[in-house]
Every structure is written in structure tokens, then in C-alpha cells.
Ligand binder design. Structure first.
Ligand code: GCB
Length: 649
């Protein structure tokens, strides 16, 4: 029986791969036409400059530059030579944050060079401070000018970058900020695009399954730091000794200050401790008797203020929320505060009509509301880091987050230089993401890649066979880098269906995406679920680690019903999700189930994406529930398996 199933699996996989390889359109030449190269005059952003989000307090200032900016596309890439950074002519208006593909009617698929410009007044009162610019996300590559002078560049979307602009500022006057952004899809970028023989036959030719929304998708800030002495970074690590919470605070500073203090408050108590620097670092431990532990049922946050200087004279001050919790694994469980926890929730996207992938705070609030409404306690930031506000909210709402880098669509064959460039980018993303998110109690696991793709997927369908050591080495480098930067959290990468299990060996939790009964064994859910069961047992037997289903789901047209549970009907989606949950929950080594996806989302155009949409959401793109959302609520929140009773609530 197992052999017959395996044979069937192999045949179906071959068919799947052939379809995927059909009609590969090579747009490489177009991509390279517009290659923008960094020069000496454009220093690269430094990952550590994004460690602390801008704050307004008695010593720091910040200014949100969100609003309507000037915008102009530059398909010939002539702007730099023509000095567009001195002032855009014949520009149009664009909202920042916002992606250009959704705001205009004529550049939906345009990913080439574009220019943004705004003028901003910098008050005289800021003179004497250090002034920085922080760009929340420029997808994909950006170069900045201030008052016509080149400032710096950054590569990689979905993650902030910052530059000091003090020496360029005109105090008490308007200052012109020009940002050039381009989002060309290339095999040496991460995520990858225009990959010969790539995974997705779609237009635009992304090697990933979501629309490559381009532009300034998150807010741009100006902010100040005290000139002579400032706090550069704070790292908080938490633990317990019995009922006492241990909060280790490491502070990194710049400049001459030699001391400061920590003030932690919560539960009506305040604990104050002096800190003394050795070199640029100070480390102190705060002990909280009868500590309140952060967890989904009680996401309690203590307030921590870090001061530089003396009580009489504050030189710098930064505030953080602190959730006291631990996270660890055994061979069958994830332990939160030493207790087993099961992750129930979703793989998500940041995606909404007109906003595209840009910050949309009401949508963010709604998403948390709806996730709580289903009874979810967890989500993955598939397939890129989300906005800082999103992570703050996860802390406050008690969600357990798998925080993912943008390394989706990785592959390890072909051009060596491209592989090296991708590996470098994946490492850069890890450094940036950990620098940005390391103090969020909600983040329990870093994910270094989604579905890295083997050259010959059929070879490794059931494990065994010859395994190429190169990908394993690349992936181990990534998980190793995470461990060297943060030993207090778990690390994983998410395995593709039929990917070699050897690739998953360096993970703390074996995370897999599975679509048996959808992409293979199409429509035959019963067979699909049998394979899933065999596979889960095999994975745990061989790797002896907890396993998590990070994706499973079925495209479903909202309002589409059938007497028979057929593909695309709401009934099929419920059956699919129910069958997978039943199998997963019957295994004591399965530690979580994330349904793919929380909501329908925009993709490129392609044969398997009707109307350029992935329809696997349990909510529609505008957040209306499908039957599956009611089903999950019954199951997760009310412990019942009856979706029909809740259909029309
Ligand atoms: C996957 C990918 C995800 C896709 C999904 C699908 O395995 O990780 O990005 O959207 O499958 O629906 O095909």
C-alpha cells in the first residue's frame, strides 16, 4: 500500500514539476538592463542602526514623513545622470506608505526604477542633535539623496534601514529627500525572480507566490539622538529562578557616558538599578519576585526605561516593553515557560486592496481581531518581516510568532556568483531582522527560509538517495548564524513538499508545508491524508524533533458550494483543513498547525492563480469569513467540530 502510494506520489510530482517548468519566460535581459550598482559615494546601511525604533521623549525627537510625496517612474534609468535628485519635474502624487503598483492604473506590473521626493522642515531646535532618516521598507533596492547630496543605499525589501543625515541638514528650513527605488526580479536577489526553470510560471516572473509590490511600503521617519552620548542598542533576555523572573539587560552606548540606570515597573512595583559601562557595554540583571509570566492567556508586559547619565541629568532615555518568558524544545514539544504549548493559527501575508503590501493599520487591527475570533494563538510572518507595529501588537495580544526573513524561493544550483549573492543577502536579512525584533516576547522562533527548492525534487521525494551537500551547508550557515546572534529562541526553516529531509536537520522544530490532496493526489483528500500521516511519522522517526505543519490548505472561491465536497468549494476547504488537523493532532510530536492562508491574497498572473489571486484564505481578501473560518472558530475556540452551526452567525 505504502509503495503504491509512494509511486503515485512520484508520478504526480513529476507531472507537477513538468507543469511548473512549462512556458518559462526569460526576462533576464530586461532585468539586467536596469541594473543599479552601488558606488563608493553610496555607503551601505548598517544593520545595527535599526536596532531601536525612533521614539519621542524628553531627549529624543521623531517626525513621521508619511503623507503624499512626489513620484516619477524612470524606465530608462536616466534620472541619476539628469540629476532628478535636485528636484523632480513632471511628477505625480503618491501616498507613502503605499506601493506604486496599486495606486496607479498604468504601472501595475512596472518594477523598474522610480523616484520619490518630499520636502521636510527640520526645526532649528534640533540643531545640536544627531539626525537620522529611517526608511521602514523600500522594496527592493534604494538610493537616497538629501538636499542633492548622495547619502547611502540599501538592498532588500520588508526591513528598515537608517542613515545619519546631520551634516546634510539645513536647520530651520525645508530639506529635500529623494529616494530612488527599483524592484527588478533577479536570480541573484532574495526573494528570487526571473529564475530559469523557476518554481512559478507567473507574470511578473517572481519565484514566489505573492505579488512583488514595489515602492516605499512603510513609513519614513526623521529622528534625533543626543549628540555626544546616546544609547545605541538594548538587548533583553529573560529567564526564571523558581518564581523569580530574571531580566538580563545589555546596553550598548556611543560616546563618553560611563553610567546610567534601569527602571523596571509593573504590577504596581518599581525596581531601579544603576548600570556601569565597561567600554561601550553594560550588563545588569533585574530580579522580579513573583513574576507575572508572559503567555498567550496573559500577555503581561513590564515597562523598562533605560537612562544614560545621572538622575539629575538624563543624557539619553529609551523605553521598552518586556515580556518575561522562556522558550525551549524537547524532541516532541515546544515549551513556553517550561509548559508544552501548541501553536494554532495561520501563515499570513500583508496584503489588502489598494494598500498592496503597504502599512494599513486598520487592517492590521482587524487581522488580530479575526485571528482572536478564530481562537488562533500564533502566526508566521510569511514570507518576510512585518511592520514593527505588527510585532508590538503581537506582544500585546499574546501571539506566538514565527518571524521569517524574506528568503523565499531560494535554490542552490546554477550560477555560482548568483548563489553567493543570495547567500550574502540571506545573511544580511538575518542580521537585520534579529537587530530589529530581538526584544519581542512574541517572537519565539526565527525562520531563515521558506521552501528552499532542490534541483531535482523527484530524487528526494521520500528521503534517501544521494543528497547534494552544498544546500545543506548553505542552510546550516543560516541556522548557525541565527544561533550565534540569539541563543534564547528557536530556529527553523520551512521545508517544501518532497524536499530532502536532510535539509531540515539543523532546525529546532521541523516545519513543513504540505498540500497532499491539492497539488498532488489532486481532489483525493483521503489518499493525501494517508501520505501526510506516513510522512509525519517518518520525519519524526528520522529526525527526532518536534514537527509543525506550517502550511496546508485549499484554494476556495467564497460562496462556491457543492453537494459533493469538490475542489474550490467551501465544503472542500473545511474538509481539507479538518482532515489535516485530525492527523496532526493525533501525533504527540506535532507542535503546531498553521492554516495556509489567513486571507486570500494577490499573486502574479498564472495558470494556477485565477484572477491573480491565491484563494486559500479562510477569510476573503476583504476579510469576510468563509465557512472554514467558522469551522476553525468552532474547533479552536469552542472545542467543537461543527462548522455548519456557525455558518451564519
Ligand atoms: C507554498 C508556499 C506559499 C504558497 C503556497 C500555495 O508552499 O510556501 O508561498 O502560496 O504554497 O498556496 O501554493
Amino acid at each position: 500500500m505504502a509503495d503504491a502510494l509512494t509511486g503515485n506520489v512520484m508520478r504526480n510530482q513529476l507531472k507537477f514539476c513538468k507543469v511548473m517548468k512549462l512556458k518559462i519566460i526569460s526576462l533576464l535581459s530586461l532585468a539586467f538592463l536596469h541594473t543599479v550598482q552601488a558606488e563608493v559615494s553610496f555607503p551601505r546601511a548598517n544593520a545595527t542602526d535599526i536596532a531601536l525604533f525612533p521614539q519621542q521623549n524628553e531627549v529624543r525627537n521623531r517626525m513621521d514623513l508619511s503623507g503624499v510625496w512626489k513620484f516619477k517612474t524612470d524606465p530608462e534609468n536616466a534620472g541619476e545622470e539628469e540629476r532628478w535628485f535636485d528636484g523632480l519635474r513632471d511628477s505625480r502624487s503618491i501616498a507613502v506608505p503605499g506601493c506604486w503598483n496599486e495606486q496607479f492604473t498604468d504601472i501595475r506590473n512596472y518594477l523598474g526604477v522610480s523616484w520619490y521626493e518630499t520636502d521636510t522642515y527640520v526645526p532649528e531646535s534640533w540643531q545640536g542633535e544627531r539626525v537620522f532618516i529611517r526608511v521602514g521598507s523600500a522594496n527592493y533596492a534604494a538610493r537616497l539623496w538629501i538636499n542633492g547630496a548622495p547619502l547611502g543605499c540599501h538592498e532588500g525589501g520588508h526591513i528598515p534601514f537608517a542613515f545619519e543625515i546631520t551634516s546634510f541638514v539645513r536647520w530651520g528650513q525645508d530639506n529635500r529627500i529623494a529616494i530612488q527605488v527599483e524592484n527588478l526580479l533577479k536570480p541573484d536577489r532574495v526573494p528570487t525572480g526571473n529564475v530559469p526553470g523557476g518554481q512559478f510560471n507567473s507574470f511578473p516572473s517572481a519565484n514566489f507566490d505573492f505579488f512583488p509590490y514595489a515602492g516605499l511600503n512603510r513609513a519614513v521617519w526623521l529622528y534625533t539622538l543626543p549628540r555626544e552620548r546616546s544609547i545605541k542598542d538594548i538587548t533583553v533576555r529573560t529567564n526564571f529562578e523558581g518564581e523569580t523572573g530574571i531580566v538580563e539587560v545589555e546596553v550598548e552606548k556611543e560616546g563618553t557616558a560611563s553610567r546610567g540606570r534601569l527602571v523596571l515597573s509593573g504590577e504596581g512595583r518599581q525596581i531601579e538599578l544603576p548600570i556601569q559601562f565597561e567600554g561601550d557595554r553594560a550588563k545588569e540583571v533585574i530580579r522580579i519576585p513573583n513574576v507575572r509570566r508572559w503567555c498567550p492567556q496573559d500577555p503581561y508586559l513590564y515597562s523598562l526605561s533605560v537612562f544614560l547619565g545621572s538622575e539629575e541629568k538624563t543624557l539619553d532615555h529609551y523605553f521598552l516593553n518586556v515580556g518575561v518568558r522562556t522558550i525551549s524544545v524537547t524532541s516532541r514539544q515546544i515549551l513556553l515557560n517550561g509548559e508544552p504549548v501548541f501553536l494554532r493559527g495561520f501563515g499570513k501575508h500583508i496584503d489588502f486592496p489598494i494598500f498592496g503590501r503597504a502599512t494599513a493599520n486598520p487592517v492590521m487591527i482587524k487581522d488580530f481581531e479575526l485571528m482572536k475570533w478564530t481562537g488562533a494563538n500564533s502566526f508566521r510572518t510569511s514570507h518576510y518581516p512585518y511592520d514593527e507595529e505588527f510585532m508590538d501588537l503581537a506582544d500585546r495580544e499574546g501571539f506566538l510568532v514565527i518571524d521569517e526573513t524574506p528568503s523565499v524561493g531560494l535554490y542552490f544550483h546554477g550560477d555560482e556568483d548568483a548563489l553567493e549573492a543570495r547567500q550574502k543577502m540571506s545573511k544580511q536579512y538575518i542580521r537585520e531582522l534579529i537587530a530589529r525584533d530581538k526584544n519581542h516576547p512574541s517572537v519565539i522562533m526565527w525562520c531563515v527560509a521558506n521552501e528552499p527548492f532542490p534541483k531535482d525534487i523527484k530524487m528526494s521525494a521520500v528521503g534517501g538517495g544521494e543528497v547534494d551537500p552544498k544546500p545543506i551547508q548553505c542552510l546550516e550557515e543560516l541556522t548557525g548564524l541565527v544561533r550565534s546572534l540569539d541563543s534564547t529562541r528557536l530556529v527553523t526553516l520551512v521545508g517544501v513538499m518532497s524536499g530532502p529531509l536532510e535539509w531540515l536537520a539543523s532546525c529546532d522544530v521541523v516545519c513543513i508545508n504540505r498540500y497532499w490532496g491539492w497539488y498532488t493526489n489532486t481532489g483525493q483528500l483521503e489518499n493525501g491524508v494517508k501520505i501526510l500521516e506516513m510522512e509525519l511519522d517518518g520525519l519524526h522517526r528520522k529526525l527526532n524533533k518536534p514537527v509543525m505543519l506550517t502550511e496546508f490548505g485549499a484554494d476556495t472561491m467564497s460562496g462556491f458550494h457543492g453537494v459533493d465536497s469538490e475542489m474550490y468549494t467551501e465544503e472542500f476547504q473545511v474538509d481539507f483543513i479538518r482532515s489535516y488537523l485530525n492527523v496532526a493532532e493525533s501525533k504527540d510530536f506535532v507542535v503546531g498547525t498553521h492554516v495556509w492562508n489567513f486571507a486570500d491574497f494577490r499573486t502574479g498572473q498564472g495558470l494556477i492563480r485565477f484572477m491573480g489571486m491565491n484563494l486559500k484564505g479562510v477569510f476573503t481578501r476583504d476579510r469576510e469569513p468563509k465557512m472554514a473560518a467558522h469551522f476553525l472558530r468552532s474547533r479552536w475556540l469552542e472545542g467543537s467540530d461543527d462548522s455548519s452551526a456557525h455558518e451564519h452567525k
